[in-house]
Design a protein around this ligand. Structure first.
Ligand code: NAP
Length: 338
């Protein structure tokens, strides 16, 4: 793979920190790594591949000196920085929702729709951390038997919100166990020892923005604009890894055995499904792993051609940092970097 120079905006965040670990684990061919964050982190030292790097400001000049700019900061920072970086000739791989539904921006999961990278115009989006696991299971199934309708409920960890949410869960847990009142700042309610049926903001249709991302991003990645998806996104007091209960209606009959075989052969998916022995995907087992884990695969008794399943995936890895790195690897392998 060709060597490249990269910048990471959001290097001190939950996704950024995992991103740096994965670069090292995969021996990503970066000859130069520039780290950027907010002004409060300028000058901070972060050790990457045994080398101390200093957090800098993401200037136009810096972005003109690299091949890839990975952004994992916030939607508003992506909206501000991505066009600037692309204008400087860098390829932007963006983790935020800012550009995902832009028709000029490919939304890519490299195992599923790598061909969409051919049409990029300098900015490439990586999907939401709930969309990626679901689509990793749905797309290979859809290729064998058309998916007509999906009903999903997510069980999302607090690192999906970022580093501050993870600190809030831990602090609240201590407060509750000490018999003190739990203070909250990141979420609208206490998350420790609780479950919140709200991820992001409510829209007029009664769904949240996160739930609509699951519908819209899934349709875009699968090239299935009419696919019917209804999601309920729920925040749970887990630190890392999202889970999803997914019910799928297919065009034609399909058995749990067929689904198991397709998923077991799908790249990036692992079947963990011996429920009688207590073996099924769980967040504590998915944490730190690259695969999307699928289990509890069974016939949906409420449908003619229905399957119910349960997924678990490390939201910081395949749900975020790993997918972004895989996009860059795919571009390097296919010579898409000029
Ligand atoms: N967490 C997930 O599972 C996940 C999954 C998919 C997508 N995403 C997306 O990835 C992005 C980052 O999420 P996260 O969970 O890593 O959030 P986070 O832990 O809150 O980290 C935010 C990062 O952005 C940096 N930042 C803040 N203001 C900045 C500025 N003005 N200029 C440059 N950098 C700035 C922060 O730097 P300081 O430390 O200096 O404040 C920090 O490095 C978000 O867009 C999120 O929606 C997250």
């Amino acid at each position: 793979m060709k060597e490249c120079k990269i910048a990471l905006i959001g290097a001190t965040g939950a996704v950024g920190q995992v991103f740096l670990q994965i670069l090292e684990e995969r021996n990503f061919p970066a000859s130069t790594i520039r780290l950027c964050a907010s002004p409060r982190s300028f000058g901070k030292e972060i050790t990457v591949r045994g080398e101390k790097l200093i957090v800098e400001e993401a200037t136009e000049q810096l972005m003109s000196e690299v091949d890839f700019v990975f952004i994992s900061a916030s939607g508003s920072i992506s909206r501000q920085m991505a066009p600037v970086a692309a204008k400087q000739g860098a390829i932007v791989i963006d983790k935020s929702s800012a550009f995902r539904m832009d028709p000029n921006v490919p939304l890519v999961v490299p195992e599923l729709n790598p061909e969409d990278l051919d049409d990029h115009h300098g900015i490439i989006a990586s999907p939401n951390c709930t969309t990626t696991p679901m689509v990793m299971a749905l797309k290979p199934l859809h290729e064998s038997n058309a998916v007509r309708r999906v009903v999903a409920a997510s069980y999302q960890s607090v690192t999906g919100t970022g580093a501050a949410a993870s600190e809030e869960l831990i602090a609240q847990s201590r407060q509750v166990l000490d018999g003190r009142e739990a203070s909250h700042d990141v979420y609208p309610h206490q998350i420790a020892f609780n479950v919140l049926p709200q991820v992001e903001e409510f829209l007029e249709n009664g769904y949240t923005t996160e739930e609509m991302k699951m519908q819209n991003e899934t349709r875009k990645i699968m090239h299935a604009p009419d696919l019917r998806v209804s999601a309920t996104c729920v925040r749970v007091p887990v630190v890392v890894s999202h889970c999803e209960a997914v019910n799928v209606e297919f065009a034609d009959p399909i058995s749990p055995g067929e689904v198991t075989e397709i998923l077991a052969n799908a790249p990036g998916v692992a079947v963990v499904d011996e429920p009688q022995s207590g073996v099924y995907p769980m967040p504590i087992q998915a944490e730190g792993q690259d695969d999307v884990f699928a289990g509890r695969i069974r016939t949906d008794l409420s449908l003619d051609n229905g399957i119910a399943m349960w997924l678990s995936c490390d939201n910081l890895r395949k749900g975020a940092a790993l997918n972004a790195i895989q996009i860059a690897e795919e571009m390097l392998e296919r010579g898409l970097l000029l």
